[in-house]
Design a protein around this ligand. Structure first.
Ligand code: IVH
Length: 678
């Protein structure tokens, strides 16, 4: 009897927590307006995980724990779409768009002067998918495939945070929507794409040509865990079949309905009267295009009235009522005048084409990457060839293909000796690499720049130029030397004043307090990007833990493969590397571990509430707040009677008066540092 009531309580709590987590997910990802802190959110997720572990029979279909999970499939099943997923006709000019409008009017028997209401949206450049919701629950996801049959990729789509596992109840009936098929596009943002390719290059894997291919490759992964790491986004643009209780009259109503149901809809939607306003919308968006975080390749213009859509119907698999008005391609043809070989921080040789300068979409492009020997050979590129060059977003322009072969037959060959130090080059997977890791000047400079970079130790002011000068003047030979620079070392360099020296010393000092995963990432161990650095710290703790792991343990623990395992193992076998780490620690670099479960248990501030007022010297507000959260503390934004610590920095704000009145416990920056020390 007792057991029954415990189980009942557990079930109720699981229900409550599932709803709460889904709701906060919706606030965070769809509304971008979270109402609880990340820490509080994690607490709910953890409590749910513990209960679900004890009572797996009560795990709900829409549980957040179902985002990643499920077995790795051998092959995807097939899904026949209830209503075929059509494609769009394209227009590339004002004339073609005007003709699209004309055809519609002729078909409907309208006067040419009549204005049609069009709904304009982004044309997302990703992978089309369909999501099926039954009684509000996400039950199946598939790719478009050939439009009639797609692949069943539910487990992978579940990992995408902008795809809700449960819809919000229907606003008018306050009931779950009984059935709806939502259609949309899965994208990878520009930053994520750049990072993924950088990682792949470093790991010797083939590169994705563009974010669309990367998104498609990520969805068609057999292991959902990999998909979950790819930071994909989904934007919906329509519906397939749906149950009778739902009624729409316009495309705009469909989009508004989806938005209130909790489905991710992009803000840039406009209903316009007449085609010339749709063209204006296109011109506006074209200006915005570069600054968008993801790729679009134009806009889609849709007849807004669904009754008119029905009358217009379709012709050869495209609707008559919609067209994709596409931006002109950001590709141009130009000649290659030379090929330079650059040596990266990990010794990888990259061929870079020097181009006859060419204007591509408003930017003059003079260089384009050829990636590596495999790509150059596959595309058969050499000096003197005329080539098609593509520029997309922030990504480095690349040579797509040869359009006219020049005098030099065959493809350019990377040299056998490093152009930077003359050491022999070895072939390492898809990479050509200079193995002179410790003394090749290109690698030393690169390694130091990487160490100091924003995502690593974040030493502001220690960029390529200054590192170049410091290395060339023999002031630093490895990353530890940064912490042994003396006053006057820098101000003696050309273009370096006392003030800039002082600023640099301040940021060097600040970098000593950094999270352990960033420290490991900063070391520049071959194949260890941010993600693997994070895993290493989670599984092995600190440098000593990682150092004592064997190759087998390193490779098998989180499935990184033997090559990466070996690279980590070898790094910690090299005495010179260990000596550098030792010197870093001696200089006062003391990375902290930010695993919540570990640090919160041992921390003095777990469960204590904090508020910050005024500026701190050694932390930004975000950094300080994150440290508190990571150590299990709670950040408050408004002054309350019950607050454990008020951290007051320089020039405290209006909160300070209230704090004094309430006689709260005020501490300064040094005392705060003492509290967070392990
Ligand atoms: S509507 C019948 N709207 O473009 C209408 N499609 O060539 C078909 N796409 O497979 C879809 N953004 O993947 C529509 N705002 C948008 C879109 C969009 C991107 C893709 C979609 C489709 C392809 C059609």
């Amino acid at each position: 009897m007792k057991e029954d009531s415990a189980a009942k309580n557990a079930k109720n709590r699981i229900d409550e927590l599932t709803d709460a987590v889904n709701y906060h997910n919706y606030r965070y990802y769809m509304l971008e307006d979270p109402v609880i802190s990340d820490f509080e959110f994690d607490k709910l997720v953890k409590e749910l995980a513990v209960l679900e572990n004890a009572y797996p029979e009560y795990i709900r279909e829409d549980s957040p724990s179902k985002r990643v999970g499920g077995a790795v499939s051998e092959k995807f099943g097939q899904v026949k779409h209830n209503i075929p997923m059509l494609s769009l006709d394209n227009a590339y000019s004002k004339d073609e768009v005007t003709e699209f409008d004309g055809k519609i009017k002729r078909f409907l028997g309208y006067d040419i002067r009549e204005e049609i209401d069009y709904e304009c949206e982004f044309k997302f450049d990703g992978l089309a998918i369909e999501l099926v919701y039954k009684n509000g629950i996400f039950v199946q996801g598939s790719t478009r495939g050939d439009g009639v049959t797609g692949e069943e990729v539910t487990a992978n789509l579940r990992t995408i945070n902008t795809i809700p596992l449960k819809l919000q109840k229907d606003i008018s009936y306050q009931k779950n929507i009984s059935y709806i098929e939502v259609r949309g596009e899965v994208l990878m943002d520009k930053k994520g794409f750049k990072r993924l390719n950088e990682e792949r290059l470093e790991e010797g894997l083939s590169l994705f040509a563009n974010p669309r291919n990367a998104a498609s490759g990520s969805i068609r992964q057999l292991d959902p865990e990999i998909t979950s790491r790819r930071n994909l986004i989904m934007f919906a643009y329509g519906v397939g079949d749906y149950s009778k209780e739902i009624k729409f009259e316009t495309q705009f109503e469909i989009m508004s309905f989806l938005r209130t149901a909790g489905i991710n809809i992009n803000k840039n939607i406009k209903v316009v009267k007449g085609i010339s306003d749709a063209i204006d919308f296109f011109d506006d968006i074209e200006k915005k295009r570069e600054s968008l975080p993801f790729e679009i390749d134009g806009i889609v213009i849709k007849v807004n009235d669904l009754k008119l859509q029905e009358r217009l119907g379709e012709i050869s698999k495209s609707p008559r009522w919609a067209t994709a008005y596409k931006f002109s391609a950001k590709q141009e043809v130009t000649g290659i005048t030379g090929i330079e070989v650059s040596v990266g921080r990990t010794g990888i040789l990259t061929p870079v084409a020097i181009l006859n300068p060419v204007n591509i979409g408003g930017v003059i492009v003079k260089r384009a990457t050829l990636h590596n020997q495999d790509e150059t050979s596959k595309k058969n590129i050499n000096i003197g060839d005329r080539v098609l060059v593509e520029r997309s977003g922030d990504v480095i322009p690349e040579v797509v293909k040869v359009v006219f072969k020049g005098k030099k037959a065959g493809a350019f060959k990377l040299p056998d000796f490093c152009p930077c130090c003359g050491s022999p080059v070895v072939i390492d997977g898809a990479a050509h690499r200079c193995m002179n890791e410790l003394s090749c000047p290109c690698q030393i400079k690169g390694a130091i720049v990487h160490f100091a970079s924003k995502r690593a130790m974040d030493i502001e002011g220690l960029g390529e130029k200054i590192v170049g000068k410091l290395v060339e003047n023999g002031l630093i030979k490895n990353v530890a030397d940064i912490y042994y620079l003396k006053q006057g070392d820098l101000s003696s360099l050309e273009g370096f004043g006392e003030k800039s020296e002082e600023n640099l010393f301040n940021s060097i000092e600040k970098s000593k307090n950094i999270s352990y995963d960033r420290f490991i990432y900063a070391l520049g161990i071959r194949h260890v990007g941010e993600h693997i650095a994070d895993l290493l710290v989670k599984y092995f703790g600190d440098v000593n833990g990682i150092k004592s792991a064997g190759i087998e343990e390193l490779s098998s623990k989180f499935g990184i493969g033997e090559e990466i395992g070996k690279s980590i193992f070898n790094f910690f076998r090299l005495n010179s590397n260990l000596a550098v780490i030792e010197r870093l620690f001696k200089a006062g670099v003391s990375p902290y571990i930010i695993n919540v479960s570990i640090s919160a248990e041992n921390s003095k501030i777990a469960g204590k509430s904090f508020i910050f007022t005024g500026g701190l010297k050694d932390f930004t507000r975000d950094e300080a707040e994150n440290i508190v959260r990571e150590m299990g503390g709670i950040i408050e934004k408004t002054v309350k009677k019950k607050l454990d610590y008020v951290v007051a920095g320089g020039e405290p704000g209006s909160k300070y008066g209230k704090v004094v009145k309430l006689k709260l416990n005020i501490i300064n920056e040094d005392e705060f540092k003492e509290l967070i020390k392990k």
